[in-house]
Design a binder for this molecule. Structure first.
Ligand SMILES: C[S@@+](CC[C@H](N)C(=O)[O-])C[C@H]1O[C@@H](n2cnc3c(N)ncnc32)[C@H](O)[C@@H]1O
Length: 331
């Protein structure tokens, strides 16, 4: 095929030029010949030495594990198109019919995504007070501790012992953007600190509470890792500390049960302060039930609430969404 012959020292510059001109032939590797490099081209290019040469086809790297996985054809349509990545660990949700092929699926993920070192399947829904789930090892290392990067911070965590989802990264950044320098923040259900550590980059002080000892252990470690001495980890039931803290901003990231802690949140926010409330809502009426609960608790306490913002955070289950409501409390 037709090729452009260029001196080795100019090869990179000319390669870029050929791409710019749209003449570089795709799917072939350039070839070395002594002090020269040969680039395959689609048509003659003026100003260059043209030669005839044979080139080897470059292998296209697969983009998805679904292209390489070894499973019967009839079940291929069931393969999930996405999975979560936490640090160097992948967590995939497999339908029952695919569980027998878990090992092949895990190995295909490792093959295509070189930075992933271990693959697990979700073995249950998130449940219990600690909001954790069972995991089934599919392939790679049998390790559940990892280091994850999100919004410019580093989070060490054990996916089997603590709650964490990378799917809230955008929501956390939204709360960070609304946080004002010098604020006192109360993260009522802090986990390993994805809100607390991030907000501590702006806030004066962040009280970060969690009832799961593993979460607080990682939170302590993440505080050091990210150099945020203004994070104050608190191990225990948030009900015991609520009311003793007076914060400008309160975060209630426990969507399954947040409504049960509204009183504690309102007791812990200064007059004029803001609460970020999370819940789950049906598609047809995302917010009403939560709004009513918020207003009822405020009435009971003799406070006033001003709704500031309501949004869908992410899909949660069929026709169900994780929602957020930001409100101000006046006392
Ligand atoms: C949905 S997770 C959120 C964790 C973290 N904010 C995040 O975004 O990854 C809720 C957390 O609340 C904690 N939790 C549940 N009940 C609690 C309580 N009564 N007091 C303090 N923490 C609690 C759980 O251990 C869990 O880590």
């Amino acid at each position: 095929m037709l090729a452009v012959k260029v001196p080795k020292r100019e090869a990179e510059k000319i390669r870029r030029k050929l791409i710019e001109l749209g003449v570089l032939a795709k799917g072939y590797s350039p070839k070395r010949e002594g002090n020269f490099v040969l680039f395959p081209v689609e048509m003659p290019v003026e100003g260059f030495e043209l030669v005839e040469a044979e080139f080897e086809k470059t292998e296209r790297r697969p983009h998805s594990y679904r292209e390489v996985v070894e499973v019967p054809d009839e079940i291929k349509p069931l393969l999930p198109s996405s999975f979560d990545i936490i640090g160097d660990i992948a967590i995939i949700e497999l339908p029952e019919e695919l569980m027998d092929y878990g090992k092949a699926i895990g190995e295909a993920i490792l093959k295509v995504h070189r930075h992933i070192k271990a693959v697990f399947a979700k073995g249950s829904k998130v449940s219990g007070e600690y909001r954790i789930r069972e995991l089934i090892h599919l392939a790679g290392e049998k390790r559940t501790e990892t280091l994850h990067r999100e919004n410019g911070i580093r989070l060490k965590l054990d996916i089997a012992r603590v709650y964490y989802t990378p799917r809230l990264a955008t929501e956390r950044m939204r709360v960070f953007e609304r946080t004002q320098p010098g604020e006192i923040v109360f993260d009522m259900f802090a986990g390993v600190g994805p809100y607390s550590i991030l907000l501590a980059k702006k806030a004066k002080l962040v009280f970060a509470c969690d009832i799961n000892p593993w979460a607080v252990r990682y939170l302590e470690e993440n505080k050091k890792l990210n150099k945020t001495p203004n994070v104050i980890p608190i191990l225990g039931d948030v009900r015991k500390v609520a009311g003793q803290i007076k914060a400008d901003r309160v975060i209630m990231n426990l969507p399954k049960f947040a409504d049960r802690f509204l009183k504690e949140a309102m007791m812990s926010v200064k007059s004029g302060g803001i609460v970020h409330y999370y819940g789950f809502g049906p598609e047809e009426d995302l917010f009403s039930e939560h709004e009513q609960k918020i207003k009822a608790v405020a009435r009971e306490l003799g406070f006033k609430v001003e709704l500031l913002d309501e949004r869908r955070v992410r899909p949660y289950a069929p026709r169900q969404f994780n929602i957020a409501i930001d409100f101000r409390v006046w006392k």
